[in-house]
Write a protein that binds this ligand. Sequence first.
Ligand SMILES: [Zn+2]
Length: 82
Amino acid sequence: MLESCPFCGSNAEYEFDSGSYGYRHSTVHVKCTKCFAKTDTEQTENWERGRGMYSTKDEAVKTVTKKWNDRAPQRNDRELKR
Ligand SMILES: [Zn+2]
């Protein structure tokens, strides 16, 4: 479950990039639908010699979800004191 954007409070969503086989890994990150703040990109597939492509999609989604939620709305001290 994604928290709302820490910057503008809008909805956030997962953005998947299917990549390009052999050139670019498939990735996922979380992005705000309004201000486009986003998390780091995580690979949803990894290449391992001798094993070929294997999916780490669940792990990647979990990671970006945590990254996004960890920086969810922080109270603005200045506003609280006013
Ligand atoms: Zn935002």
